[in-house]
Design a binder for this molecule. Structure first.
Ligand code: FAD
Ligand code: ZN
Length: 463
């Protein structure tokens, strides 16, 4: 971008809200993935109107832009590596309205998810999308990636919470779809196109999201189990008993050891080692109603689905058990190079798929594998890890070959290569494993309608 463009953009927001400082370019030019950030500038609009004027200018002059949220993405979708203008939403961070009758919250896109959760709680309500990145990720980023998270099994993911959106299109047009309606059948529901579009169809500036009643006090158990077959049956037992989990997560013993190594405050609740651990969280029953958890655990023991279990008896134990699951990603990042896979399958296919996948992973040398995730949603996070001393290209080449084999297998099970993290830059070469060519062609046509000059997040999802 030449000096004239920079001056024109500066005139739109003022000197203080555009930066070309190298440290800003480095910080705002990438997400959590490995990349060499290379944006030209970072601009910080404060209003929808400013976003509109910035995009109108960029559209006219064919300046490529990268919408930027909390930069916690795991697919490289927020990376600016081709001299783009980064448009950061972080200064559009106001909660505009909480409506306790409609059970909804309207907020600007740059609001941090944890802030949104706290505001809902202060109003006696609950915003149910919850993920370990909540302290940094933003509402707009969550919508643009359709973030899933830890409570999807009970409340659905981000898509299920969106009631309305305000979006600025590539040419600067402000598209006001920000309705607070539970029912609204007026033809194509365009807001859904922006959910999960990874900043390629428009910049989300405002959203109205569903809220729910505050959950009752929570009960949490961590169970040790011998195999994925047992874990799947355990979920079957949960369903059969009519227990409504607010979370059903799993991790392997290798993940547990890694978290204990890197997070010294976490404690192992078990004496004996077990291949797998499952966290089951439920709401406490109303006063006087029988507790479903202990009889459930008894049956699970008697039928051999679990070999041990602990129930959190106070908030420190509760935090500790959740920490064992939530600290896995950051522990893997501390351990060495990481390559993340985020796959999903029909839950009933998991044991068969994992047995086949273990054969593929069993052949790999020089790389460790950490398996964990939202198993109650059929979502597995497979993280490959290599020591920092290992040459990165070598690590990449070993993991790439393995990953391709795993994706081939996944295809035969009709699974997805991205359950929740999205495609971004990292997974676009693998989109064909689960996206039929006809669907890809339609996506390309839709993108061309919304952004004829191809300025919005170019190179992301597909070329
Ligand atoms: P960014 O990373 O900044 O951007 C992501 C994409 O959204 C990019 O394409 C960007 O261009 C686009 N974008 C951002 N803001 C806007 C906007 N206003 N308008 C249009 N496009 C925009 N993800 C899950 O789904 N579930 C999890 O459980 C989960 N756990 C995580 C745990 C950790 C420790 C970390 C680091 C990440 C985790 N993630 C998880 C991934 C990540 O947090 C999500 O993808 C999140 O939704 C990204 O939000 P963000 O604000 O950081 O977006
Ligand atoms: Zn996840």
């Amino acid at each position: 971008m030449d000096r004239t463009h920079l001056q024109a953009l500066t005139a739109l927001v003022g000197d203080a809200r555009i930066s070309t400082r190298p440290d800003d370019l480095t910080v705002y030019g990438k997400d959590w993935t490995k990349a060499v950030p290379n944006p030209t500038a970072v601009i910080f609009p404060k209003t929808t109107d400013e976003v509109s004027r910035i995009l109108r200018y960029c559209h006219e002059h064919k300046i490529r832009v990268v919408p930027s949220g909390g930069r916690t993405g795991l697919a490289g979708a927020a990376n600016a590596i081709q001299e783009e203008l980064v448009i950061s939403l972080e200064k559009m961070n106001h909660i505009l309205k909480i409506d306790p009758i409609n059970l909804s919250v309207t907020a600007e896109a740059g609001v941090i998810i944890e802030t949104l959760q706290k505001a809902a709680k202060e109003a006696g309500l609950f915003y149910p999308v919850d993920l370990a990145a909540k302290g940094s990720c933003q509402l707009g980023g969550n919508i643009a990636t359709n973030a899933g998270g830890l409570k999807l099994i009970r409340y659905g993911g981000t898509r299920e919470q969106v009631l309305g959106l305000e979006v600025v299109l590539a040419d600067g047009t402000i598209l006001d779809l920000d309705y607070d309606l539970r029912k609204n059948n007026i033809g194509y529901d365009l807001k859904h196109l922006f959910i999960g579009s990874e900043g390629t169809l428009g910049i989300i500036t405002k959203a109205t999201m569903k809220l729910v009643s505050l959950p009752k006090e929570l009960r949490l158990t961590c169970m040790a189990s011998a195999s994925f077959e047992q874990v799947t049956k355990l979920l079957g037992l949960v369903n059969f008993r009519g227990i409504q989990p607010t979370a059903f997560e799993f991790f392997t013993h290798e993940c547990l050891e890694l978290v204990l190594k890197h997070s010294k405050q976490r404690k192992n609740p078990f004496q004996e080692k077990s291949p797998l651990y499952v966290l089951l969280e439920i709401e406490k029953q109303p006063e006087g109603a029988p507790d479903p958890l202990e009889p459930f655990l008894e049956t699970a023991f008697e039928s051999g689905l679990i070999t041990d279990a602990v129930i959190a008896s106070n908030s420190a134990e509760f935090q500790n058990l959740w920490g064992l699951r939530e600290n896995i990603s950051e522990s893997v990042a501390m351990e060495g190079h990481v390559r993340k896979n985020d796959i999903s399958l029909p839950i009933s296919s998991l044991p068969g798929f994992i047995a086949e996948m273990q054969k593929i992973l069993g052949k790999v040398r020089g790389v460790q594998m950490f398996l964990f995730g939202h198993i109650g949603d059929g979502n597995l996070h497979l993280n490959y890890s290599g020591p920092f001393q290992q040459n990165y290209d070598e690590f990449r080449s070993i993991t790439r070959d393995t990953e391709k084999e795993v994706f081939e297998l996944l295809k035969t099970f009709r699974g997805s290569i991205s359950a929740e993290h999205g495609i971004g830059l990292l997974k676009k070469a693998d989109l064909h494993y689960c996206c039929p060519p006809e669907a890809l062609t339609l996506m390309q046509k839709i993108r061309a309608v919304f952004d004829p000059h191809g300025i919005l997040n170019p190179g992301k999802i597909f070329d």
